[in-house]
Write a protein that binds this ligand. Structure first.
Ligand SMILES: Cc1cc2nc3c(=O)[nH]c(=O)nc-3n(C[C@H](O)[C@H](O)[C@H](O)COP(=O)(O)OP(=O)(O)OC[C@H]3O[C@@H](n4cnc5c(N)ncnc54)[C@H](O)[C@@H]3O)c2cc1C
Length: 486
């Protein structure tokens, strides 16, 4: 197994896309499950810390080590099986999401979880319960994970198949492949009903597999996953609509959400996303077709499975008119090249913001909050007015169909960064007050520990630690992620 310790060679593993930076002694590159087991057994015996690294596109510092060693997943990158008839795929965790999507598309199937960043490892998307635009219709990664092989911090293996280890009330019993029995008394903290990627997933009568999904590399290392696939749609309609007022844009979102959630309504968006005026301005260098007069835009996508393109387009057009969208400026795409251009537009905003942040060498100050739909519009205006009154530049966009906002502050100096940090905290406090979440998709990592505490309090955090202690008594894995070990 390759092991690197030359500082120049391991530099790339000491940071992620949040620009959080760390340090470690060496990086291991396991080539199979046995390599992973042997490193973890050694670490557990000798008590040194291990951080699992995916492809480093995380936005929370979760894969960044603070000491000890890193296990890179780079070489565990094979697709093991693609079953077209039964619609599933079995992979090693280091398969790139973009590669998985390409392979699945070739056989006319669809893997719905689609974080904007596709240059990430599928194992890591499971570890973060990643979401994307299609989560509006299809839910997060969790909904597509059928089976996981996980190596626990002591080197033992668990094979988790949905349905095999179900908690009885609050008692979850898991058996390792060596027949050791692990008993976990599930705590009683309450998770928000919104889209959520904050803290360990807990539910009475839950499936053990769900505890590991979204555990951010702190409870075990995923070495294999079986994932559910769907039939690819016949076609999709993709549109960007521009509005002269934010209220109209938000009204379009809430009507789109309501109608899409109603099974009898033919309007059924699979993505429903928003861009504020600053976001449009930020994109205008690359997309000169954006008219600078508009206050906001909404991108939506709907799958089309029959020959009803004209009918559907007309229904959406009526909806746009009803919400005062500018009907002379709609970008409509039914062909692949046009759809790709719209996708580029959606993706460019996230990349440009991250580029700006690393160019200025600040840590990311981008919210990942979600609140219940009923409070969403007021919450949006609260966040915007807070940031605008501070004078700090910002761009706001996000998965508004899921009532989920990425409001990114763009500080120009240290003073603005510190002010921005306080605003960020106020936004998280407000989201929690409304029974929402501080992180709907990126996770907590090492930079949002205080905000996780806002959600669950010391009591809730201690309950998460008690789960961690059962599975990782020496706290060797993913140390510093989600909470600080006592
Ligand atoms: C421009 C941009 C846009 C983004 N858009 C989205 C988005 O729309 N939705 C979204 O959800 N995220 C988004 N992200 C965040 C990021 O892409 C996801 O969090 C992704 O899941 C991280 O994958 P990675 O391979 O880069 O993992 P890393 O950042 O390397 O690691 C992430 C976490 O996974 C753990 N991990 C990795 N492999 C394993 C394993 N085999 N077993 C156990 N734990 C493991 C790590 O320890 C760490 O905790 C975006 C990021 C960028 C830069």
């Amino acid at each position: 197994m390759l092991i690197k310790s030359n500082p120049d060679e391991i530099q790339a593993y000491l940071v992620d896309a949040s620009n959080f930076k760390g340090t470690c002694e060496k990086v291991f590159f396991p080539e199979n499950e046995l390599d992973v087991i042997s490193i973890l057994k050694d670490a557990n015996d000798k008590n040194f810390n291990v951080t699992v690294s995916g492809n480093g596109t995380g936005l929370t510092g979760a894969r960044v080590p603070t000491d000890g060693v890193v296990i890179s997943i780079d070489k565990l990158n094979k697709i093991l099986e693609l079953n077209i008839d039964e619609k599933y795929i079995v992979i090693e965790p280091g398969v790139l999401l973009s590669f998985l999507n390409d392979e699945v598309k070739k056989v006319n199937l669809l893997y719905p979880p689609d974080p904007t960043e596709q240059n990430c490892y599928v194992g890591a998307t499971i570890a973060t319960n990643a979401s994307g635009a299609k989560t509006f219709k299809y839910g997060p990664t969790r909904s597509y994970v059928l089976e996981l092989d996980v190596i626990l911090p002591n080197g033992e293996k668990v094979e988790l198949k949905r349905g095999d280890f179900i908690a009885e009330e609050n008692l979850l019993i898991i058996k390792t492949t060596e027949n050791d029995v692990i008993e976990i008394l599930l705590p009683d903290y309450k998770m928000p009903a919104t889209k959520n990627a904050s803290g360990y997933f807990i539910h009475n009568n839950m499936d053990a597999i769900d505890l590991f999904i979204g555990s951010e590399g702190t409870l075990g290392i995923i070495t294999k996953a079986k994932l559910k696939l769907l039939d690819a749609p016949f076609n999709t309609l993709s549109c960007v609509v521009f509005f002269n007022s934010e209220k109209d844009g938000l009204y379009f979102i809430s009507e789109g959400r309501k109608k899409s959630n109603s099974p009898d309504n033919p309007l059924s968006a699979r993505a429903l996303e928003f861009f504020d005026k600053n976001a449009l301005e930020f994109l205008r260098d690359d997309f000169s077709e954006i008219n600078g007069n508009f206050e906001c835009a909404v991108w939506f996508e709907q799958e089309i499975n029959a020959d009803i393109e004209d009918e559907l387009t007309e229904l959406w057009f009526n909806q746009i008119e009803e919400c005062n969208g500018d009907t002379d400026n709609i970008w409509v795409a039914l062909q692949e090249t046009d759809k790709a251009r719209i996708k580029e537009f959606r993706h460019a905003i996230s990349y440009k913001v991250n580029e700006y942040i690393s160019r200025n060498n600040f840590r990311k100050l981008g919210t990942d909050v979600a609140v219940p739909d009923s409070d969403f519009n007021d919450f949006y205006f609260y966040c915007q007015s807070l940031v605008k009154s501070s004078g700090i530049d910002s761009v706001c966009y996000g998965h508004f169909g899921n009532s989920h906002i990425h409001l990114n502050m763009l500080p120009k100096n240290e003073e603005e960064f510190l002010i921005g940090k306080n605003l960020y905290k106020s936004i998280c406090e407000k989201a929690v007050e409304l029974n929402g979440t501080v992180s709907a998709e990126h996770g907590i990592g090492k930079i949002k520990l205080d905000y996780l505490k806002l959600m669950y309090g010391d009591d809730g955090i201690n309950k998460m630690k008690s789960i961690k202690k059962i599975l990782d008594p020496n706290f060797i894995l993913g140390r510093g992620t989600m909470f600080i070990a006592d």
